[in-house]
Design a protein around this ligand. Structure first.
Ligand SMILES: [Zn+2]
Ligand SMILES: [Zn+2]
Length: 329
C-alpha cells in the first residue's frame, strides 16, 4: 500500500510498497480518507524532532472509515467513520490515573514515537478512534484534533464571556484558537506578521490587535521566543498567558515582571483522554463551528511532497485527501 514517509531530513516520498498494518486484538484498521498537516509534522520533516527510524510514516491528524476490528473490540464496527486521537497514553501511570493523560510518562504519539497515519491503511487502538457522523464535511472532520488543542488552550485561559483574548500567531493553530475563543463567548484579537494569515484571521471572525492594547488573556501559538517575550508585555496586570507554541530556544522573562505584574503563565500540552475529544465532538455536533474554514490547500496523496514543501509558507491549513476504495466507501 502507499504511505507518505520521511526518507531523510527534509526529503518526503510517497512509497508504494509500505507493509499493510498488523492489527492487535484491541485495535481497528482504518482506511484513511484525510490527514491534516501541522507544525509538529513539519518539525519532523525538517529534522528538528528526531524520529526513531527512517523511512518514517508522517502525519497524525487523520480520519477515515473502519475496515476491520480486533477480536477484543466490541464497541466499534466496520464501516464506521472515525477521527483518530493520535496520542495513546498508557492509562495506568500516576498522571493517567489522575486524568492528566497529556502528562503520561509512557505516552505513544503517532508520527512522533511510532509510525504516523498518512498511509492508505493504519492500525489504531480502538478506544482512540472517535465515531463521527457521515454527514459532517471532510474539512471539518480533519480539523477535530487541532481544534481539540485549541479548545483546551482557551479553557485553560479561563476566558469569560465578552473578554478580549490576544491570539499570537494566525497559523492553522492560531486560527482554530480564534474560533474556540468565539465559541467561548470571547473576542479574538490576533497579532501576526504575515499579511495573508491576518486576512484569513479576519475572515474567521478575529480582530487585528492594536499595538497598545492589553488583554486579560493571551494565547501564544507561534512558538517564536521573541513573540512570547512581546506577548508578556501585552497581558494586562493580573492576566493569564497560555502557551501552546514551542521552541527549544530560551525566551526571557524576569521574575520581577512575573511577580510585580501578578501574571499567570501556563503551558498547555495537547489534550487529556477521553474528556477533551468527547468535548470537541459534542461542540461540533451542537454548534455551527465549521473549523474547516481554516483549511486552504488540499492535496492528493501523490502530491504529498509538495504539500509538505509549501505548508509552512501558505496561509491556512493544508491537508491531504486519500482516494477511497470500494470496500471503504
Ligand atoms: Zn497536529
Ligand atoms: Zn500514563
Amino acid at each position: 500500500m502507499r504511505a507518505v514517509t520521511l526518507v531523510s531530513p527534509g526529503a518526503v516520498a510517497v512509497m508504494d510498497d509500505w507493509p499493510e498494518p498488523v492489527r492487535g486484538p484491541g485495535e481497528v484498521v482504518v482506511a484513511v480518507h484525510g490527514v491534516g498537516l501541522c507544525g509538529s509534522d513539519l518539525a519532523v520533516v525538517a529534522g528538528h524532532r528526531p524520529v526513531p527510524a527512517l523511512p518514517w510514516v508522517l502525519g497524525h491528524e487523520a480520519f477515515g472509515v473502519i475496515l476491520s476490528t480486533g477480536r477484543e473490540v466490541t464497541d466499534r464496527r466496520p464501516g464506521q467513520r472515525v477521527v483518530v486521537e493520535p496520542n495513546y497514553p498508557c492509562l495506568a501511570c500516576g498522571p493517567c490515573r489522575a486524568g492528566v493523560t497529556s502528562g503520561c510518562r509512557a505516552r505513544r504519539a503517532a508520527g512522533i514515537s511510532e509510525h504516523g497515519l498518512l498511509a492508505e491503511r493504519v492500525a489504531v487502538p480502538a478506544r482512540f478512534t472517535w465515531p463521527v457522523p457521515d454527514s459532517w464535511d471532510d474539512a471539518d472532520v480533519v480539523c477535530v484534533e487541532p481544534l481539540t488543542v485549541a479548545v483546551g488552550a482557551v479553557r485553560a485561559g479561563g476566558l469569560r464571556a465578552g473578554d478580549p483574548c490576544l491570539v499570537v500567531g494566525a497559523g492553522a493553530q492560531g486560527l482554530l484558537v480564534c474560533l474556540a475563543v468565539r465559541q467561548a463567548g470571547g473576542v479574538p484579537y490576533v497579532v501576526e506578521p504575515h499579511e495573508g494569515r491576518r486576512a484569513l484571521a479576519s475572515e474567521v471572525g478575529a480582530e487585528i490587535a492594536a499595538e497598545d492594547a492589553r488583554f486579560p488573556v493571551a494565547i501564544e501559538t507561534s512558538g517564536v521566543p521573541e513573540a512570547f517575550e512581546a506577548t508578556v508585555d501585552r497581558v494586562a496586570d493580573g492576566g493569564r498567558l497560555i502557551v501552546v507554541g514551542q521552541s527549544s530556544r530560551p525566551a526571557r522573562l524576569s521574575t520581577f515582571t512575573l511577580v510585580q505584574r501578578r501574571l499567570t503563565l501556563r503551558g498547555r500540552l495537547i489534550y487529556d483522554h477521553p474528556g477533551d475529544f468527547a468535548h470537541t465532538i459534542a461542540l461540533l455536533r451542537d454548534h455551527d463551528l465549521r473549523p474547516g474554514r481554516v483549511l486552504r490547500a488540499r492535496f492528493e496523496l501523490a502530491d504529498a511532497p509538495a504539500a509538505f514543501a509549501q505548508a509552512a509558507d501558505v496561509p491556512g491549513k493544508s491537508w491531504i485527501s486519500l482516494p477511497r476504495t470500494e470496500e471503504d466507501s
